[in-house]
Design a protein around this ligand. Structure first.
Ligand code: GDP
Ligand code: IMO
Ligand code: MG
Length: 422
């Protein structure tokens, strides 16, 4: 069976921390989409580690880790990440596997990302500028280079052919000419190193493990509202972040999929541009950012903060068939009262519980249900029974509205700061 874990909001729900915990119960963790735009944070013996391309199961010593075909890989970023992780995880390279069908992010993809964003001006997506969009465009445009290509004798020829086209496009965008040597030399050095990784025919590799009865967890990146099809388009990323992305991003059949864990913060954040109906552009929003240390794990940008949006959450749960809900950063709401949760959107005086097609243009006023804050801090609780009643009421309301049971409650950054319910 392959279980799935994915973000239900606009990313940064705490996937890294939860996968690191759950990995103790799995044989394999497999990333199925996204790339170095992701920043998954976990704490190892009190030390903060941020993973971008490497799956978050590497610190559980019995766990194998796969970077699947649906991921886009920047060899330079991956090389740097490996160097950073190796001292903490000496057998990393024995337990790390890469699909030969994963696409490569080239230096020109990064340059194209920046040029495209600059050309959009005020309408920019707020991309992490890691080259994600251009790399996926080359994949669907049937021009991309894949990990398997680095093992072929004419990789450089293929690279030159594709990048000549990119450089032509960049000239059309204008802007300062780029010293390509400074970008390409580290790229080719990193590609050389990548040749020594365990590059596998990953769909067969996974099938063999599934047949052997191994337990696999597919690790999502970004969040459901950033999904290319169902997110707040065009303010989205370029991959399918919902459960549907697992089958195409790993080459596993839908019948192999078991539990689907969906993660939400107890409130909501978004980094980059685009609609965010429950955003708080006031002191409460500032206080949430301060209390939750809401700054991007990849770019350091301040995250926009707001109340939990149950309309968007129910949509995300529906899209992926989430049957286990994980609620994180509950401790951040210690001291906040009252608390609010959006239960409908009011658009031109009409109430709806559906996410509208034109979410970017619609003038949405959230309809809130209000809750009183917790009577004691959550951060110090280590069992369900110890949790304050007001928080249990908040959870009951969320479960009923979403029709999904909460399986885990996270109340701190550490691996052990997690209350397991089922
Ligand atoms: P990811 O992209 O979903 O893996 O999430 P990020 O790592 O980008 O952001 C989540 C942040 O919240 C990280 O700094 C985590 O250490 C932190 N975090 C995760 N769970 C909790 C929690 O329950 N409480 C608190 N206070 N912080 C948490
Ligand atoms: P994790 O896995 C939060 C956002 C960017 C931007 C939009 C498109 O850590 O949750 P892209 O670089 O994909 O072209 O950016 O998506 N974004 C994320 N926001 N967490 C992430 O990943 C994100 N990955 C991309 O800020 O708005
Ligand atoms: Mg993140």
């Amino acid at each position: 069976m392959i279980d799935v874990l994915l973000g239900l909001q606009w990313g940064d729900e705490g996937k890294g921390k939860i996968v690191d915990f759950l990995a103790g119960q799995y044989d394999i963790i497999a990333r199925f989409q996204g790339g170095p735009n992701a920043g998954h944070t976990l704490y190892l013996n009190g030390e903060k580690v941020v993973l971008h391309t490497i799956p978050s199961g590497v610190f559980q010593t019995n766990c194998l880790n796969l970077i699947g075909n649906g991921v886009v890989i920047d060899p330079v970023t991956l090389g740097k990440e490996i160097d950073k992780i190796l001292p903490l995880c000496p057998d990393l390279l024995k337990r790390l596997f890469v699909s030969q069908k994963a696409h490569l992010i080239l230096p020109t993809h990064r340059a194209l990302d920046a040029a495209s964003e600059a050309a959009k001006g005020a309408d920019k997506i707020g991309s992490t500028l890691k080259g994600i969009g251009p790399a996926y465009m080359d994949k669907t445009g049937r021009n991309g280079l894949r990990v398997g290509d680095i093992l072929t004798h004419n990789f450089k020829e293929k690279y030159d052919k594709l990048t000549q086209k990119h450089k032509q496009m960049l000239r059309q965008y204008g802007g300062t000419p780029i010293e390509w040597e400074q970008w390409e030399q580290p790229f080719f050095e990193a590609v050389e190193r990548m040749r020594f990784l365990q590059i596998v025919n990953a769909e067969y590799w996974l099938d063999n493990h599934l047949k052997a009865g191994k337990k696999i967890l597919a690790e999502g990146a970004q969040g459901s509202m950033l999904d290319i099809d169902f997110g707040t388009y065009p303010f989205v990323t370029s991959s399918n972040t919902i459960a549907a992305g697992v089958c195409s991003g790993l080459g596993v059949p839908p019948s192999a999929v078991g539990d689907v864990y969906g993660i939400t913060k107890a409130y909501c954040t978004r980094v980059g541009g685009g609609p965010f109906p429950t955003e708080l552009e006031d002191e409460t929003g500032e206080s949430l950012r301060a209390a939750g240390h809401e700054f991007g794990a990849t770019t350091g940008r301040p995250r926009r903060c707001g109340w939990i949006d149950l309309v968007a959450l129910r949509y995300a749960i529906m899209l992926s068939g989430v049957n286990k809900l994980i609620i994180t950063k509950t401790d951040v709401l210690d001291g906040f009262s009252p608390l609010k949760a959006a239960t409908a959107y009011s658009i031109l005086g009409n109430e709806t519980q559906e996410v509208p097609f034109d979410i970017c243009d619609a003038d949405i006023t959230p309809v809130y249900t209000t809750f009183s804050g917790w009577e004691k801090p959550i951060s110090t609780c280590s069992s369900y029974d110890e949790l304050p009643q007001s928080f249990k009421d908040y959870c009951d309301f969320i479960e009923k509205y979403l029709g999904t049971k909460i399986s885990h409650i996270s109340n701190g950054t550490g691996r052990d700061q997690l209350i397991v319910i089922s």
